[in-house]
Design a protein around this ligand. Structure first.
Ligand SMILES: [Fe+2]
Length: 209
C-alpha cells in the first residue's frame, strides 16, 4: 500500500493485511522549521584547512585542537519528518580559546593552528550528520553557539545552535526567539559524556523543504 499525503494528514496509516486493517501511529503531522538566525560577521572568508567532519585535527599537523572536545550529531528533516538525504551543512565557530578564524575577530584571543575553524559536510542518505569539534567559547555578549548554513534541495537555512545549561537568556539573539518552543529548537541536547568527550544531538528541520 502506498502512503499518500491524505493518510499522513489523517495521522495514521492503515495497513491492510489478508483479513484486518491495523492502525499504526505515525510521527506528528508537522514539526516547526528550525528558526533562522543571522549569519553574523564571522562567516569564513577563507578555508585554509580541510573541511571534513573532524574540526579538531588539521592535515599535516600532529596536534589536536585546544579546548573541550565534543561530538555533535543529528538528523536533517522536512517539517513532515522526512529525512533530507545529502543535505549540505556549512559549519563555523570559535576555536576552544574563543577566536574565529576571521580577520574581523579582533578580541585578541589566539588562533589555534590545530583547529579547522569550519567544515562543509554532507548528511547521509538518512539525513544524518556528525561533526567532532571543540566546545566554542562565549564572546562579548554572545553565549556558546555554532553557526550553521543548511542546504536541502530547495531551502537554505541560516541559523545557530546553542548549548543546554548555559545562560542563553543573556545572549543577544537567543531571547529574540519568542517562545520556549523556538528556543528549544535551536538548543542541542546533551546525550552523553565518554572519557570527557561530550556528545550532543541537534536535529534540524528545514521549513518549506
Ligand atoms: Fe558567532
Amino acid at each position: 500500500m502506498t502512503l499518500t499525503r491524505r493518510h499522513l494528514l489523517m495521522g495514521f496509516t492503515s495497513v491492510v493485511g489478508a483479513s484486518a486493517a491495523i492502525a499504526i501511529p505515525v510521527e506528528p503531522l508537522t514539526r516547526r522549521g528550525t528558526p533562522q538566525l543571522t549569519t553574523g560577521p564571522f562567516y569564513p572568508l577563507d578555508r585554509p584547512f580541510d573541511q571534513d567532519w573532524d574540526l579538531t585535527r588539521v592535515p599535516g599537523r600532529p596536534g589536536v585542537a585546544q579546548g573541550v572536545i565534543m561530538d555533535l550529531h543529528g538528523k536533517v528533516t522536512t517539517e513532515q519528518g522526512r529525512p533530507v538525504p545529502g543535505a549540505i551543512l556549512d559549519v563555523w565557530q570559535t576555536n576552544g580559546l574563543g577566536r574565529y578564524h576571521h580577520p574581523s575577530d579582533t578580541v585578541g584571543k589566539p588562533i589555534d593552528p590545530n583547529f579547522q575553524g569550519s567544515a562543509v559536510i554532507r548528511a547521509d542518505v538518512d539525513g544524518d550528520y556528525r561533526i567532532r569539534t571543540v566546545v566554542p567559547l562565549p564572546y562579548e555578549r554572545r553565549q556558546r553557539h555554532i553557526h550553521f548554513d543548511v542546504r536541502g534541495e530547495k531551502r537554505l537555512l541560516v541559523t545557530q545552535m546553542f548549548f543546554p545549561g548555559e545562560p542563553n537568556e543573556r545572549d543577544t539573539l537567543f531571547p529574540g526567539l519568542r517562545n520556549e518552543v523556538l528556543q528549544r529548537a535551536v538548543t542541542a541536547e546533551l546525550v552523553g559524556i565518554d572519557n570527557g568527550v561530550k556528545t550532543f544531538r541537534w536535529n534540524i528541520v528545514l521549513a518549506g523543504e
